[in-house]
Design a protein around this ligand. Structure first.
Ligand SMILES: Cc1cc2nc3c(=O)[nH]c(=O)nc-3n(C[C@H](O)[C@H](O)[C@H](O)COP(=O)(O)O)c2cc1C
Length: 432
């Protein structure tokens, strides 16, 4: 009877992108639970089957009958001899494609982070973690609860094991549940993401560097590290193993990456060279905004204030990219070129010069004078240019989206380079 539930008629009416996917929607005791019937039905309209699992606190806010109507499937409100957590999210072929905890209370987030499972949602998530099922958590609570340092620590702990978070949105003193469209788009992204970097090792540099003038003053730039961190997250999500050599940026380093913190350009150069000498890397993305100059001598004390003048002489620093080519001549090398207030033609021409000079495979060029683009902004607009001068324009978009588009091109060009190298080695006569 239930399988012919009339609600199932909406499955796939908007798209078939989630066709064949089984999504377990874990609902916890936040008022945002009132959004759940719509979240479930939007996922169904995109082609998914949805199974709701509710905590006792959630059932006091939204009726399980409503969720059964919305999904057309039985709702789990308590665990029984049927071991619902295993049939929904265990380690077997018919298990969930994804577990979505939306809304997620501070209580449930913290319990999951501590490995506690004493409600149907927490037990489903525990099993899903062990079974390697993708998990997306959508927090919702008052902002004061979200600012609790232990709740924030627990979120970071969960991120560090690969659990992904959507939102919250900060409005009216609340850390509100993300918009329904955002949640659905995120779920679609997770379930359709290519795993085309599996087996590849990627070295990424990100953030600014600091060149000290004296013990307390330094020369730097406003880079936050967001672009490089977004690239690192993108590589991990596509299956790559990532090492991030990270200057003092203002964003958290990404989960599931090996992070080497550095301060000066020289530190960054040494960390890159020693990483490349120690292990084989397939791809290097040099997205850090490194200082090109450093004071010729560093004063090992605080220069007193009140001096009439304080002259600093700057000398050029070695280029990290040149050192990379020496240690790893065959690595697929992606550079970045930031320019200020240049026309599109000038920007592309500067980038092409750098590709040739530094023997890069690909370069990403942007004009940091543009509004909402470049240093510290959440968005960017870039041109990706390859060795043959092929230019791809990526219009102003969030840095995560820019990263994903850049990686599409990196993967395509990397595979082309590999194929070319293989066909050359096969056509070479063997010398006996
Ligand atoms: C009307 C109401 C709204 C609530 N909204 C939230 C909320 O948005 N976020 C949250 O973390 N807790 C909220 N709480 C508190 C949780 O329901 C409470 O911490 C509960 O123990 C959570 O249990 P659960 O995580 O198992 O669902 C709310 C409580 C009530 C009574």
């Amino acid at each position: 009877m239930l399988n012919n539930h009339t609600s199932k008629q909406i499955i796939g009416t908007k798209s078939e992108v989630l066709k064949g996917k089984k999504i377990v929607l874990c609902i916890t005791g936040s008022v945002a639970a009132m959004e759940c019937p719509i979240i479930a039905r939007e996922l169904m309209r995109a082609g998914a089957e949805v199974y709701a699992v509710m905590s006792p606190a959630a059932t006091r806010l939204v009726s399980p009958d409503l969720m059964q109507w919305a999904t057309g499937n039985p709702v789990v409100t308590q665990l029984t001899g049927k071991v619902e957590h295993i049939s929904l999210a265990g380690d077997h072929p018919d298990t969930a494609s994804l577990v979505l905890v939306a809304p997620a209370t501070a209580n449930t987030i913290s319990k999951i982070a501590c490995g506690i499972d004493d409600t149907p949602p927490t037990t489903v998530v525990s099993s899903a973690i062990g079974a390697g099922i993708p998990i997306v958590i959508v927090p919702a609570m008052h902002e004061s609860m979200f600012r609790h340092p232990i709740v924030l620590e627990n979120i970071n702990r969960l991120k560090s094991i690969g659990i992904e978070f959507v939102g919250p949105r900060f409005e009216e003193g609340k850390a509100k549940i993300a918009h329904i469209d955002t949640i659905v788009a995120y779920v679609i992204d997770v379930l359709t993401r290519p795993k085309d970097m599996k087996g590849l090792k990627v070295l990424i540099t990100a953030g600014p560097t600091r060149e000290y003038i004296d013990a307390v003053r330094f020369i730097s730039n406003p880079s936050s590290g967001k672009m490089g961190v977004s690239l690192a997250i993108g590589c991990v999500q596509r299956g790559a193993e990532v090492t991030l050599v990270f200057g003092p940026g203002s964003v958290e380093p990404p989960p599931l990456t090996k992070v080497i913190n550095v301060e000066s350009t020289q530190d960054m150069l040494e960390a890159v060279v020693s990483s490349l000498k120690k292990e084989h890397y397939d791809i290097m993305i040099s997205s850090a905004a490194v200082s090109d100059y450093t004071p010729d001598k560093k004063i090992d004390a605080k220069t007193p204030s009140g001096k009439e003048e304080f002259i600093v002489r700057l000398v050029p620093l070695p280029k990290i990219i040149n050192a990379v080519r020496e240690v790893a001549p065959d690595i697929f090398l992606v550079g970045f070129k930031a320019e200020y207030n240049k026309s599109k033609e000038e920007l592309i021409s500067c980038a092409l010069n750098k590709i040739k000079k530094a023997n890069l495979d690909l370069i990403v060029a942007n004009d940091v004078s543009k509004e909402n683009a470049g240093f510290a902004a959440d968005s960017n607009e870039v041109y990706v240019i390859d060795k043959d001068g092929e230019v791809t324009h990526i219009p102003l978009s969030p840095k995560r989206v820019i990263a994903s588009r850049i990686l599409d091109i990196v993967v395509k060009k990397y595979n082309q380079k590999l194929l070319k190298a293989q066909s050359i080695s096969h056509s070479e006569p063997t010398i006996k």
